[in-house]
Write a protein that binds this ligand. Structure first.
Ligand code: PEP
Length: 223
């Protein structure tokens, strides 16, 4: 069984469309586990059998943290997973490896499965960046409880996906460091998804294609 994580990011821009996407994807028949990560505002609209994930959370349980959502709140809303350290969180919201480490600990304590995103920017040494993100992000954490998503930043939302061979080189480096399941993310679509699975990835993290009804259904079926 492969894991297909749909990251809707801050989309769609209204609840009617969100309900329609949930309804459409509710009919997917697949042996793979499909996890929908909608914006927080739409979590409560999901049909009962949808497997849900959050896109982010804070590390505290409750309190005066305006605008934040705790892991326990996500759990209470039915989330089984939560994405942590997505490159957009790192780049736009200034999350560093120390913050990410605190979040993963809090998520595990709440009984949810964290999906830690790692990946290099264009021109970076991929090996060095990814190993550092893993070492710092997972400090004091049993990696077998965490899922890793290898997402080269230059491949996210660009259509410029990483070749399965190159992605597999990094997958092997990650595999030497952790006991986690490893996903690939970065411009995955219905045509290239199988090439990552065939290389040995345990699933994929999908952004743009997870908002296109027919395309996402094909992607899940082709995985
Ligand atoms: C993502 O949001 O993590 C992602 C991989 O997006 P996309 O599939 O659009 O590249």
């Amino acid at each position: 069984m492969k894991l297909i994580i749909a990251n809707w990011k801050m989309n769609p821009d209204n609840s009617l469309e969100a309900k329609e996407l949930f309804r459409f994807f509710d009919d997917i028949e697949s042996d793979n586990e499909v996890v929908i990560c909608p914006p927080f505002a739409f979590l409560g609209l999901a049909p009962e059998r949808t497997v849900l994930g959050g896109q982010n959370c804070f590390w505290k349980k409750e309190g005066s943290f305006t605008g934040e959502v705790s892991p326990l709140m996500l759990k209470d809303m039915g989330c089984r997973y939560v994405i942590i350290g997505h490159s957009e969180r790192r780049d736009i919201f200034g999350e560093n490896n120390e913050i990410i480490n605190k979040k993963i600990k809090a998520v595990l304590e709440a009984g949810i499965i964290p999906i830690l995103c790692v990946g290099e920017k264009k021109g970076d040494n991929a090996n060095r960046v990814v190993v550092r993100q893993l070492e710092k992000g997972l400090e004091g954490i049993d990696s077998s409880n965490v899922i890793i998503a290898y997402e080269p930043v230059w491949a996210i939302g660009t259509g410029d996906f990483c070749s399965p061979e190159k992605a597999d080189e990094i997958r092997k480096i990650i595999k030497e460091k952790v006991k986690s399941k490893i996903l690939y993310g970065g411009s995955v679509n219905s045509k290239n998804v199988k090439s990552y699975i065939d290389k040995g990835f345990d699933g994929v993290l999908v952004g743009g294609a997870s908002l296109k009804k027919e395309e996402f259904v094909s992607l899940v079926k082709n995985a």
